[in-house]
Design a protein. Structure first.
Length: 115
C-alpha cells in the first residue's frame, strides 16, 4: 500500500506560480512511476506530467514550457512547479503512484487561477 498526500494548491492570479508537493509513504520502494493529473469541473481527469523511477518525463502539450515535474526519492516526494499559470489550469490536481501492479491516488489539491 502507498499513501499520497498533496499540498501547495491555492488561488493565484494569471501569470503567477505555484509549487505542488506530494508526499508518499508506505511501500514507496515499489513505486515505479509518479504523476500529476488534474480534473476540471465537467471534464475528465487528464495527465499533466509523469516521471519514472529512471527519470523519464512525460508531460502534456498544454503545460510544456510552463510546468516542471521532479521527484526527490530520498524524501519520497513528488513536485510540480507551475509557472505562467492560466485560468484554464484551474482544476483539482491529483498525485498518482504506480507500482506496475497497482495505482494509488491522493485526495487532490485545488488550484484556482483568476484572470
Amino acid at each position: 500500500q502507498v499513501q499520497l498526500v498533496e499540498s501547495g494548491g491555492g488561488l493565484v492570479q494569471a501569470g503567477g506560480s505555484l509549487r505542488l508537493s506530494c508526499a508518499a509513504s508506505g511501500s514507496t520502494v515499489s513505486i515505479k512511476t509518479l504523476g500529476w493529473y488534474r480534473q476540471a469541473p465537467g471534464k475528465q481527469r487528464e495527465l499533466v506530467a509523469s516521471i519514472t523511477s529512471g527519470g523519464t518525463i512525460t508531460d502534456a502539450d498544454s503545460v510544456k514550457g510552463r510546468f516542471t515535474i521532479s521527484r526527490d526519492n530520498a524524501k519520497n516526494t513528488l513536485y510540480l512547479q507551475m509557472n505562467d499559470l492560466k485560468p484554464e489550469d484551474t482544476a483539482v490536481y491529483y498525485c498518482r503512484a504506480s507500482t506496475g501492479a497497482n495505482a494509488y491516488w491522493g485526495q487532490g489539491t485545488q488550484v484556482t487561477v483568476s484572470s
